[in-house]
Design a protein around this ligand. Structure first.
Ligand code: AMP
Length: 395
């Protein structure tokens, strides 16, 4: 069932209370990357054009329930004003909402915008306290959910607020739901999932859910070594996830039952230490030396994985193929990212490390969708209900 968006509301005379993800990196008090601010502009501009007054809220960092000036949203208000070409009032309060903030929200005219202080200055935010949620709801008429990165958290400003006023999505959330939803529920087939990252145990629910949906499951990154170990290979000093190891037989059994092909590395790049300065070489998976650790997939594996991608119509990617943060072990992740960027298919990149890798290699614009939420996209792909999405009204 589709969710209501900002387009389903007649905004004239109404005030939108919009939850954004303005958890931007700050360096010496200045915003060092404003991607998240720019991402929210289309929804804000739409609301403005439609004659809504707009109250924006967000968290920034982890102030743990108290006012921390270094985590104030003041720099965000200034940057928003620059981009929108109008004054975005920053109505700051150490308790986030007080009488002055309420009065300022009431006084807003059509098209005017104000930003309130970091909602995590109050513990009531993460506790999803109903009174704090009501205080936030009292600032306007309709809740606009635009913070996918925190949609898996039931907090006052992401979930609780919707007990008091109707909730719709902004354009960012609409896009997340469209592409993540399509990838797992209604994909153009064949559907291939590429899994990587460190531990199997962290992604076991995801793998279990995806085995019900995908045609092919490609495994790379640290977790591949736990699979190789379960198959009887010696993996040297590579990452072994003991907790995940005992689940591998079930994964293979489920894959067989569902007719899902699991692709695993045939060669790997191994080093004598977890360092970019370490000596390294490529080994067949049956020849991994006892004193070496696998830190990337090898060239034959890359070839095999690119073939899997090129024969798919939809690809979902979550987790790097190797330690891409170190240049000597980034080749596998880069090759996969480049192939996804060039191949004519629907490419959906889960947030977090895979999104960071795609950005690092300069391919973000070439993907169909790069999710803005790490934990949230993982939980969505796991088939879980995200509380911040569940509260958005259905059409
Ligand atoms: P995750 O958060 O589970 O997606 O894991 C991402 C992290 O896994 C990244 O920081 C990678 O450097 C790391 N990683 C990828 N491949 C390996 C590997 N072969 N050994 C150890 N860590 C890895």
């Amino acid at each position: 069932m589709a969710k209501k968006t900002v387009k389903d509301i007649a905004w004239a005379g109404k005030t939108a209370v919009m939850r954004c993800d303005f958890n931007v990196p700050l360096k010496d008090g200045a915003i060092s990357d404003d991607t998240r601010i720019r991402a929210a502009l289309p929804t804000i501009e739409y609301l403005k054009e439609q004659g809504a007054a707009i109250v924006i809220m967000s968290h920034l960092g982890r102030p743990k329930g108290k006012a921390v000036p270094e985590m104030s949203l003041a720099p965000v208000a200034a940057r928003l004003s620059e981009y929108l070409g109008c004054d975005v009032k920053f109505v700051a309060s150490d308790v986030v909402v007080d009488d002055e903030v309420k009065d300022a929200a009431k006084a807003l005219q059509a098209g005017e915008i104000m930003l309130i202080e970091n909602v995590r200055y109050r513990n009531e935010e993460t506790d999803n306290d109903p009174e704090f949620a009501k205080d936030l709801a009292d600032l306007g008429d309709v809740f606009v959910q635009e913070a996918f990165g925190t949609a898996h958290r039931a907090h006052a400003s992401t979930t609780g607020i919707a007990a008091y006023i109707p909730a719709v999505s902004g354009f960012l959330i609409e896009k997340e739901l469209k592409y993540l939803g399509m990838a797992v529920d209604n994909p153009e087939r064949p559907l291939c999932a590429i899994m990587g990252g460190a531990k199997v145990a962290d992604k076991i629910t995801l793998i279990g859910n995806l085995l019900d949906k995908v045609d092919k499951l490609v495994i790379g990154g640290g977790m591949a070594f736990t699979f190789l170990k379960a198959m009887g290979f010696s993996i040297g000093t590579s990452l072994l996830d003991e907790e995940g190891l005992c689940t591998i037989d079930d994964i293979f059994a489920k894959a067989e039952e569902r007719g899902v092909e699991i692709c695993l590395p045939v060669d790997v790049v191994c080093a004598d230490a977890f360092s970019n300065d370490a000596a390294f070489d490529t080994y067949d998976v049956k020849d991994i030396p006892a004193d070496r650790m696998g830190l990337d997939i090898g060239p034959k594996t890359v070839e095999k994985y690119l073939a899997a991608i090129n024969s798919s119509k939809t690809v979902v990617w979550n987790g790097p193929m190797g330690v891409f943060e170190m240049s000597n072990f980034a080749a596998g992740t880069k090759a996969v990212a480049e192939c996804l960027a060039k191949h004519e298919c629907t490419t959906v990149i889960g947030g977090g490390d895979s999104a960071a890798a795609v950005e690092q290699f300069g391919f973000t614009a070439d993907m169909t969708h790069v999710s803005t939420g790490g934990g949230a996209s993982l939980e969505f792909l796991e088939g879980k209900t995200l509380p911040g999405i569940a509260i958005i009204e259905e059409c």
